[in-house]
Design a protein around this ligand. Structure first.
Ligand SMILES: Nc1ncnc2c1ncn2[C@@H]1O[C@H](COP(=O)(O)OP(=O)(O)O)[C@@H](O)[C@H]1O
Ligand SMILES: Cc1ncsc1CCOP(=O)(O)O
Ligand SMILES: [Mg+2]
Length: 300
């Protein structure tokens, strides 16, 4: 080819490539802003409607979980006595069940409450804390999975253990896996259970078994505060309470909002103890501009 023509062809290819990259960037940016608008709308609905969230949760998490729900605008209630459930659970807007400090005495209440929630058409969320730590805990988590949770949220190790129903008794409540290593396990668990599955970590993964969404907000220091995982699970329940028909989107939004609050808290925190306080303050004060500018959700 004539060298001048060749140069022209090369230049044309270059321009087409840059145009394609620019339009991909514009599309990503548009998608990011749409997620921001959705997350803000859902948080606003929680603030306006103040959904009642019943939590049957571990002793470690009760305080942070209740304060997370309050600062997001929801109304937490830590009720777990079997005698109270028939009156209370059907009237709650969503239920959060967490097996962190599981004992045989509590399991019947967890199962009964989830059955009542399903019967009343209310969403419920399972946090399978340390699912692989013991046979008793794994059996309990599998039984609860059979009771149709709307969402299950765990860390990488928990979701991998649960999806294979396999024990790893060297693991406690902290994850030994990256969340991205649990994508296939999460998809398989979503397929087999019909639940939306969320895996928290540096990237929060949310899947219905087909779509996989990644939410990249948050800071690593959040792992150094006990019960942040438990608390974000409860926040997911609050988001589901006001947007039950879009469980995948509500779950990704709750994870991002909590992550953004962590990022903003980290701007002023000196370590885990002060981050705990500043995270709650930031969640309480979050506004639309901060969400739109900081949200990092995309398809994987
Ligand atoms: N490396 C990380 N970078 C950013 N955020 C993180 C990181 N690890 C965990 N988080 C966030 O911390 C919170 C708790 O998640 P995680 O520690 O995975 O749960 P769990 O406490 O159940 O193990 C979530 O909001 C998650 O997004
Ligand atoms: C330390 C501990 N032990 C039993 S439950 C619990 C809290 C776990 O919280 P998270 O899963 O959010 O880290
Ligand atoms: Mg946990």
């Amino acid at each position: 080819m004539n060298p001048i023509l060749e140069q022209c062809e090369l230049r044309k290819t270059e321009i087409t490539y840059h145009q394609a990259m620019n339009s991909k960037h514009d599309e990503d940016e548009q998608q990011r802003r749409q997620w921001g608008t959705r997350a803000w709308a859902t948080l606003s609905a929680v603030r306006t409607r103040s959904p009642l969230i019943q939590c049957i949760t571990n002793f470690v998490s009760m305080d942070l979980m209740a304060n997370t729900l309050l600062s997001a605008g929801a109304s937490p209630a830590m009720l777990h006595s079997v005698e109270e459930l028939p009156d209370f659970t059907p009237n709650a807007d969503a239920l959060c069940i967490n097996v962190g400090t599981l004992s045989p005495a509590w399991l019947p209440a967890m199962k009964f409450a989830s059955e009542l929630a399903v019967k009343a058409g209310k969403p419920w969320v399972l946090d399978p804390v340390a699912a692989g730590a013991s046979k008793f805990r794994m059996m309990a988590c599998l039984e609860l999975m059979n009771l149709k949770p709307t969402v299950v949220r765990g860390n990488g190790s928990e979701i991998i253990a649960l999806s294979k129903a396999s024990l790893d008794s060297s693991m406690g409540v902290d994850s030994g896996h990256e969340s991205v290593d649990a994508v296939e396990a999460a998809k398989s668990l979503a397929h087999s259970s019909g639940a939306i599955v969320a895996v928290s970590g540096a990237v929060d993964i949310v899947t219905d078994g087909k779509r996989v969404i990644g939410a990249r907000n948050g800071v690593a220091m959040m792992q150094k505060i006990t019960a942040t995982g438990c608390s974000v699970t409860a926040l997911i329940a609050a988001f589901l309470a006001v947007d039950q028909l879009h469980a995948l989107e509500a779950t990704a939004s709750a994870l991002s909002i909590f992550g953004i609050a962590g990022e903003m808290g980290m701007d002023v925190a000196k370590g885990p103890a002060s981050l705990r306080t500043h995270l709650i303050d930031s969640l309480y004060g979050l506004d639309e501009a901060a969400i739109i500018s900081r949200i990092r959700i995309s398809s994987l």
